[in-house]
Design a protein around this ligand. Structure first.
Ligand SMILES: Cc1ncc(COP(=O)(O)O)c(C=O)c1O
Length: 386
């Protein structure tokens, strides 16, 4: 028997190598600071957990959940209006999905044919590349570099590539590079998409983790956005519900309908108690979300001030739960650096190269420890003498 060629599209998981090393350190009883994975250490609010418990007691809620409930769709519409100031999101512009990670596949599958091109950021959250490949398309990478503040620079994309591309994945605030979109950048992306007939798929996982100013917004708030694209609204990071897989695809109705048609072939939809959790999150109080944003900012300050204090370049860290740090002393090999750092300091970071070639020379650090632990981690890095 031979497995499909599809399997050959994906290499070994970088976290496997890091985990193996981590287990070895822990077995030796070493102190470890894990800044590698972006799983929030904050808890979901009580009203969100209560909604699950209450809803799960209703036996009707255990049947096949063939539709997104109207109440859920209306909660998303109201959230877009209250939270992002986006008017006019209709029920036909929304599809629930099991997290953005899996959800990303559906609009791509609906848009591309084998061999088509999708513009993907480099470096990027790996699912942008992986879902593109699973959908049978090819990735045309556009770089996110220091020269352009780690933001998409559409003027730098080859017009022939742009004409050939069917879709462009954009995600700001950006994992792993920590940059935040500006109105100018979004206007350029929308104009570029119009000019080259490209669908924009915007992943908005971190609109509630934006630093040094007001909370983040929505791509759909920009003029022309809903004619050229769709957005993923994930509840994972805003509400600390990563395990439940609550996300929505929102935007141009024909794209949402096409994605629904494909998804409906293999998936019955979001479990009703999960729909009730999403309603509770979207319609409930948002003070905790704002407090959390400030706590992430304190962590960001502790890490960036600390690294700068020990001679690193100040990292890029304007939003998302990640800090993007250039390796110190001109070092370039991010995997070798990450392994050496772990061995010598117990601090686990993710090598930049695992997010794409433009990530080489950097490491990503997740803001998943309280400020005092982050300061201890920085002290351990300093003591390692790298
Ligand atoms: C940019 C980005 N999008 C999406 C996700 C995951 O979202 P979900 O939990 O909805 O799949 C992550 C998680 O790390 C992320 O960094």
């Amino acid at each position: 028997m031979e497995f499909s060629k599809r399997l050959d599209l994906f290499g070994a998981e970088v976290f496997a190598a890091l985990n193996e090393k981590r287990r070895a350190l822990e077995a030796e009883g070493r102190r470890v600071f894990d800044l590698s994975v972006g799983t929030p250490d904050f808890k979901p609010s009580a009203h969100i957990m209560d909604a699950l418990v209450e809803s799960a007691k209703d036996t009707d809620n255990w049947k096949y959940s063939l539709h997104d409930k109207d109440e859920l769709l209306d909660a998303v519409c109201a959230y877009y209006k209250d939270r992002y100031g986006v008017e006019g999101v209709g029920r036909d512009m929304i599809m629930s999905c099991r997290g953005t990670q899996e959800g990303m596949l559906w609009p791509l599958m609906a848009l591309v044919d084998p061999g088509d091109l999708v513009l993907v950021p480099d470096p990027c959250y790996p699912v942008f590349q992986n879902a593109t490949l699973l959908a049978g398309a090819k990735c045309a990478y556009y770089p996110l570099t220091a020269e352009h503040d780690f933001l998409p620079y559409v003027a730098g994309i080859d017009p022939e590539v742009a004409d050939a591309a069917k879709a462009m994945i954009v995600s700001l605030p950006a994992n792993p590079v920590g940059s935040v979109g500006t109105p100018e950048v979004y206007a350029q992306i929308i104009e570029f998409a119009r000019e080259h007939d490209i669908v924009v798929i915007h992943d908005n996982a971190y609109s509630d983790i934006v630093f040094d100013g007001p909370a983040g917004g929505s791509f759909l708030a920009y003029p022309g956005a809903r004619e050229v694209g769709v957005e993923f609204l994930s509840l994972s990071k805003s509400f600390n519900v990563t395990g439940m897989r609550l996300s929505f695809l929102i935007g141009r109705p024909d794209i949402v309908a096409a994605a629904k048609k494909l998804r409906g072939q293999v998936d019955f939809g979001m479990f009703y108690p999960e729909q009730d959790v999403a309603i509770a999150a979207l319609t409930g109080p948002r003070e905790q979300v704002e407090e959390q944003r400030m706590m992430y900012q304190e962590r960001r300050d502790a890490l960036c001030d600390g690294l700068e204090g020990i001679g690193w370049e100040r990292p890029n860290a304007h939003g998302s739960m990640f800090v993007w740090a250039r390796l110190p002393h001109g070092r370039r090999d991010s995997m070798a650096f990450a392994l050496e750092l772990m061995e010598k300091s117990g601090v686990i970071v993710t090598p930049g190269a695992s997010f794409g070639p433009s990530g080489e020379g950097f490491v990503r650090m997740a803001l998943v420890l309280p400020p005092e632990r982050i300061r201890e981690a920085v002290a351990a890095i300093a003591a390692a003498g790298l």
